[in-house]
Design a protein around this ligand. Structure first.
Ligand SMILES: NC(=O)c1ccc[n+]([C@@H]2O[C@H](COP(=O)([O-])OP(=O)(O)OC[C@H]3O[C@@H](n4cnc5c(N)ncnc54)[C@H](OP(=O)(O)O)[C@@H]3O)[C@@H](O)[C@H]2O)c1
Length: 251
């Protein structure tokens, strides 16, 4: 069960090596979280992430999970929930893709969409049903400002995040009043493995800042969290910028 401050005792991370997810897990372990499930594609990185979290005092397990294999999600997540209540699920997997390459290679573009969108639809629905069955819990979905308005430079990734964001908002409305809380997190540019080597965007932030925002959002049972917070205003302006002008912006 969550504590009096709304923080989880048990956490399931989908995308167990994600820089943002691991910063969040570290922060939550320091606060309250005792059990962590890191679900991800089996790798030495997944095992060393688990080992690192154990040094903070949590009971950490790894479980094989592939967003691109939706048929397996029911079984994989079912096994975790069968071990006990999960207070929070952090949906953190995702790929950025390579826009220039993916425009020439539709199969590669589809893999981006299938990982970020349909993989999340499947895992999100399975997690939501399990949370609903236990009668409580939070589903935290890492969306992105990239989904707020498609940009020339990364519209394949952006469109997948737009789909994910709309899905998570609708799921949150569907679960309203059931005891299950869905929180959509929209970070801007975060320095992680995903953005390694890319030129830094304005208002760039860190995994630790996203973790802080997630913790606060869980305490408040927020439905939407922007990181940094000022992006809410920036994106509101960008969404209303005329198309011809938007195309010329260096973003
Ligand atoms: N970094 C940013 O600027 C930024 C901004 C906004 C939103 N986000 C979103 O935040 C989330 C976490 O990103 P991050 O920055 O922490 O990036 P990251 O460190 O690169 O983490 C991405 C995670 O996705 C996992 N993943 C990729 N394909 C998968 C698949 N088919 N099945 C299971 N797991 C898979 C990776 O696992 P492997 O170890 O197996 O590759 C890794 O755990 C993503 O959804 C991303 O879109 C990131």
């Amino acid at each position: 069960m969550k504590d009096a401050f709304g923080l989880p005792q048990s956490l399931l991370v989908l995308g167990g090596t994600s820089g943002i997810a691991l910063a969040t897990a570290r922060r939550l372990i320091v606060r309250r979280t005792r059990t962590v499930w890191l679900a991800g594609r089996p790798s030495p990185a997944l095992e060393s992430a688990a080992a690192e979290l154990r040094t903070l005092g949590a009971d950490v397990h790894t479980v094989p999970f592939d967003a691109l294999d939706p048929e397996s999600h029911e079984t994989v997540l079912g096994k975790v929930f069968a071990e006990g209540d999960v207070d929070a699920v952090l949906l953190a997997f995702g790929v950025l893709g390579d826009q220039a390459n993916d425009e020439r290679d539709p199969a590669a573009a589809v893999r981006v969409a299938q990982t970020n969108y349909t993989g999340a639809v499947s895992a999100g629905l399975v997690a939501a049903r399990a949370l609903q069955t236990q009668g409580h819990g939070s589903l935290v979905v890492l969306s992105s400002v990239a989904g707020g308005r498609a940009r020339r430079s990364n519209f394949i990734y952006g469109s997948s995040k737009a789909g994910l964001d709309a899905f998570a908002q609708g799921l949150g409305d569907a679960l309203h009043g059931t005891g299950v809380h869905v929180m959509v997190v929209r970070p801007g540019f975060v320095r992680t493995k995903m953005t390694d080597g890319l030129p830094e965007a304005p208002l760039a932030t860190t995994p630790e800042a996203v973790a802080t925002a997630v913790e606060l959002g869980l305490r408040r049972r927020s439905e939407t969290v922007w990181v940094p917070g000022v992006l809410r205003v920036v994106m509101s302006a960008l969404r209303h910028t005329p198309r011809g002008l938007f195309r010329r912006l260096p973003i």
